[in-house]
Design a protein around this ligand. Structure first.
Ligand code: ATP
Ligand code: LTN
Length: 328
């Protein structure tokens, strides 16, 4: 069975974008792959986080993984910070990557734009090398991510190939897996921008644990064009296309089916249907989340997961240290 690996940072509130772009794929794919899904908490501290908040978000993320349908029998779920081999390999890879390639990472450019050099951490700059370690430590074949992370997976491939050439065949070369529907969910108020959990845009962003009735209001108030035609056209009709993506992904209907379903409807009717779909999704997810967070399931799952993750990672790190000359 091929291996799948991915992770999410426990920063900000998880959004519908995180769910449709990432978590939903993890759930849909877990039957076909040996899956490893982790909480990327080492990546979270590339920016400052309050300690208690970070701990809470970490638990919440695991509970949301489980509430969304990740099955610990099929998917190994673990905390990155509990597996030191990620840091160990991260350093080796940092020493096998170049400032030139990190300078080309568009996420870093975006996130550091308009900030002084004294406000950008070195961790934010080098985090793609730690991400590469996360992936190749497990010989992952596929890495499901939203489109904004594709460049980092491509960097991972380059670093792994370079290592293999320099030190001998060691790592599998992973493939990014980008969902067909939901690769990028846009902000409801500014539909050319990614829906993001760390931007300050509450009206444009639906978070997974928010009041479902508030989410309904946000959908009803989403920015659209004014031609009242429910047609998918991301260039000219980004707002309505974004709502179509959300509806299509949540109802498991194709965009063509959505177009047919609403061909005689106006925007008001369509928005109501989207809002209802989102509301039902949130109600269902949140009731499962609540049961999980009130139980000891999060700890049980993480305790099991880390054992398996460490065993695999340790073997790979030993091989790397041997090849690089770091063993006795
Ligand atoms: P930030 O918003 O701070 O940049 P992020 O949400 O992109 O953070 P993560 O939480 O680590 O960062 O992202 C987890 C996964 O969710 C990644 O695979 C990312 O591509 C995906 N993702 C995030 N936002 C969206 C979105 N709006 N649409 C589709 N996928 C998304
Ligand atoms: N960098 C990603 C989160 C992340 C990840 C990974 C995703 C860290 N390590 C390994 C896939 C595989 C992000 O910021 N969204």
């Amino acid at each position: 069975m091929k291996r799948l690996l991915s992770g999410i940072k426990p920063t900000g509130e998880l959004t519908l974008g995180n769910y449709l772009g990432a978590i939903k794929q993890f759930v849909d794919m877990q039957n076909d792959y040996e899956s490893f899904i982790f909480v990327a908490n080492l990546h979270a501290i590339t920016v400052y986080n309050d300690k208690e908040e970070l701990k809470k978000r970490t638990r919440d993320l695991v509970a949301i993984y489980l509430a969304s349908g990740l099955d610990p029998k099929k998917t190994t779920i673990f905390l990155q910070s509990e597996n030191n081999y990620h840091n160990n390999l991260g350093w080796v890879l940092e020493c096998n990557s170049y400032i030139g390639e990190l300078n080309r990472m568009t996420q870093f450019k975006d996130k550091s734009k308009n900030k002084s050099a004294n406000a950008i951490t070195c961790g934010l700059y080098t985090y793609p090398t730690l991400m590469a370690a996360d992936i190749i430590l497990y010989d992952a074949d596929v890495v499901p991510v939203g489109i904004d992370q594709k460049q980092h997976v491509e960097l991972t491939r380059n670093i792994a190939e370079r290592f293999n050439n320099r030190y001998g065949e060691t790592f599998k070369i992973p493939e990014p897996f980008i969902p067909k529907t939901g690769e990028k969910i846009y902000d409801l108020q500014n539909p050319t921008k990614k829906m993001s959990k760390t931007e300050d845009n509450p009206k444009g962003c639906i978070t997974l644990l928010e009041d479902p009735d508030k989410a309904v209001k946000k959908i009803m108030g989403a920015v659209t064009d004014s031609d009242n035609q429910i047609k998918y056209d991301l260039q000219n009709k980004p707002g309505i296309s974004n709502l179509m993506t959300i509806y299509s992904a949540l109802s498991n209907k194709t965009i063509a089916e959505v177009e047919t379903e609403f061909k005689d409807s106006n925007y008001g009717t369509f928005k109501k249907a989207v809002a209802e779909e989102v509301k039902q999704f949130l109600i269902d997810l949140q009731s499962k989340y609540q049961k999980i967070i009130d139980s000891n399931m999060v700890d049980t799952v993480l305790d099991e997961g880390i054992k398996k993750a460490r065993t695999i990672a340790q073997a790979k790190l030993n091989e790397v240290y041997e090849k690089v000359g770091l063993s006795r």
